[in-house]
Design a protein around this ligand. Sequence first.
Ligand SMILES: [Fe+2]
Ligand SMILES: [Fe+2]
Length: 174
Amino acid sequence: MLSERMVATLNKQINREIYSAYLYLSMSAYSTFKGLKGFANWFMVQYQEEMTHVVKIYDYINDQGSRVKLMAVEQPPTEFGSPLEMFEKTLEHEKFVTRCINDLVNIAIKEKDHATRIFLQWFVTEQIEEEANDNEIIAKLKLVGKEGNGLFMIDKELAARAFVPPATSEPSQA
Ligand SMILES: [Fe+2]
Ligand SMILES: [Fe+2]
């Protein structure tokens, strides 16, 4: 059984993961509209991945015999500027999510809730991967600048990303 504070914070994290999914779905729509099919695909895969994060926490709360309580989801932005700006916003958002996960771990440690601390380890590792992915794409986008050919190449590369459902205990390779 989870403490009231722990379950409330986990429910809040479900909301943040749903918002993340919503934000990336909005970025995918924006990319499609701008004719950047590869970017649109990358963000659509990211949307799917975020929804698996939602279900992971949802299942955990249920498995612990506590209650999932869903909250209103904030409206995401609809304009994201250049591809570089869009990925800078993505990184900024993932850094925020990392801080939230760390706060959750801190609560679990404080409450000597070992099960939740171990459960959260998956997310700690996942966040390293998320930030690394974003940093890598940002570096490439900076390298090509506003050059059309370079952007075309990156768009092609991002088009190749496929959704891989994460394994139950290991972070996804996505
Ligand atoms: Fe996430
Ligand atoms: Fe990921």
